[in-house]
Design a protein around this ligand. Structure first.
Ligand code: HEM
Length: 413
């Protein structure tokens, strides 16, 4: 272990991490007055980092790698095994390209068109009482299936399996096993579809992600294993469905901050949608931190980072760091109006350059999904909020308003 780094004593702090959730690293940063400290997680030494310079360090590919970083229990649930998250170097660059290839303007436009259509469909079916989180999951899972070109018939079954993968990923006990079972089932469905496409029993649009991933070749000109294709297709379906968590906070923000929301209706509307969405992604909790391992021993700012050490970068904490954000706990979309787009300061979906490192390739798509949804809720429909418990915990990962956000009396404008 490390003799020059502030260190939290005690045997293991995994339980505190689960209990303190989003504030685990911030609480310790305040206690140690340091943006770098050491603790023990899952029975091993772990270094925690928070802040802009620290994020820059974490995303230096010469210093950190991803191989063997994610805990096994998260690979069995959230990420899957063999996917882009655990690759390094040239292998990672090539696999990442496969995702980034999909994120062109035409395909982002297509997502928005499908999404609007699915929101309308969802609200035409039921207008009386809507659970925004559940509705968003359905809408987004259907959008994801249509956009990826995966056969749509079982869309309701898909929602059932896609959500436990991220909802219960950090749980222990029975929910952990529900999450594992959901992944297994979804991967099996996916194998079947990939095999059918490869043997010609099924057809897909050649431009679709389903077609492209199924026929993707690696550097040796071999098709990717069907297990890997399944994991990577789920790396599209699962997070698109999970944008429902942000959708729920987005509509909560419209309610909690009516003055800021008013600006979304006026003439400046098209200028304000994006800053509002960005502030939602900064302000509310979602992805708490990312993990890597030290590639080789190195020194930084007087601290020793020993090879192989598990290292966490606090995303939530960096997005609330007072050295970066004035009044970090105030919801203020205007802070994003002249935003310099620093790659290491605003990191709700990871930091650094998207093509060279592990930053989320779905970030732009997430922003577009949220802008379209916000415009729809603010300008295309009217609704009321019944009495309900809108509080959300800073300990549950992911966190959601207790009521999941209920709306009543929806009418189209
Ligand atoms: C990676 C968050 C939406 C696909 C990541 C990372 C985070 C993240 C924190 C890891 C960054 C790192 O390891 O350094 C989120 C959040 C989302 C979201 C909060 C909102 C729901 C999406 C969407 C897609 C997507 C919509 C696909 C359409 C991926 C993939 C990776 C990734 C494939 C792995 C990238 C790599 O390892 O190189 N995301 N994401 N995500 N995300 Fe997202």
């Amino acid at each position: 272990s490390n003799d020059n780094m502030p260190r939290e004593e005690g045997f293991d702090h995994t339980l505190q991490l689960l209990k303190e959730g989003y504030h685990f690293i911030l609480n310790r940063e305040n206690r140690f007055q340091s943006r770098v400290f050491e603790t023990t997680l899952l029975a091993e030494d772990a270094i925690c980092l928070v802040g802009k310079k620290e994020a820059e360090l974490f995303y230096d590919n010469d210093k950190f790698i991803r191989k063997g970083a994610a805990p096994k229990r998260l690979q069995k649930t959230l990420f899957g095994e063999g996917g882009v998250q655990g690759l390094d170097g040239i292998q990672h660059r090539q696999r990442k390209e496969m995702f980034l290839f999909l994120m062109n303007e035409e395909s982002l436009m297509a997502v928005k068109t499908i999404l609007r259509d699915e929101w309308k469909k969802e609200f035409t079916q039921s207008l009386k009482e809507i659970n925004v989180y559940e509705a968003a999951k359905n809408v987004l899972a259907r959008t994801a299936l249509r956009w990826t070109g995966i056969p749509f018939e079982r869309s309701e079954e898909w929602v059932e399996e896609l959500s436990p993968m991220y909802e219960y990923a950090s749980n222990v006990g029975i929910r952990h096993y529900q999450s594992r079972r959901a992944r297994k089932k979804a991967e099996e469905w996916m194998f079947e579809l990939i095999r059918d496409l490869r043997t010609g029993n099924l057809h897909a649009d050649p431009k679709s992600a389903f077609h492209r991933f199924t026929w993707q070749r690696n550097a040796e000109n071999e098709l990717l294993d069907e297990e890997v294709v399944a994991v990577e297709l789920l790396n599209l379906l699962r997070p698109i469905t999970a944008v429902s968590v942000y959708v729920t906070f987005l509509i909560l923000a419209v309610h909690e901050f009516p003055n800021e929301a008013d600006l979304l209706r006026g003439e400046a509307k098209s200028d304000m949608l994006e800053p509002f969405v960005e502030e939602v992604r900064r302000y509310y909790p979602f992805f708490p931190f990312v993990v890597a391992r030290v590639k080789n021993d190195f020194e930084w700012n007087g601290y020793t980072f020993p090879k192989d050490t598990l290292t966490l970068l606090d995303l939530y904490g960096t997005n609330h760091d007072p050295d970066i954000w004035s009044e970090p706990n105030r919801f203020n979309p205007e802070r994003f109006m002249n935003w310099d787009k620093n790659l290491f300061a605003f990191i709700p979906q990871g930091g650094g350059q998207v093509d060279k490192g592990h930053r989320c390739p779905g970030e732009q798509m997430t922003v577009e999904i949220l802008k379209t949804t916000l415009d729809f809720f603010v300008n295309d429909i009217r609704y009321t909020l019944p009495e309900q418990d809108l509080s959300y915990s800073m300990n549950d990962i992911p966190s959601l308003p207790v009521s999941n956000l209920l709306i009543h009396h929806v009418t189209f404008v």
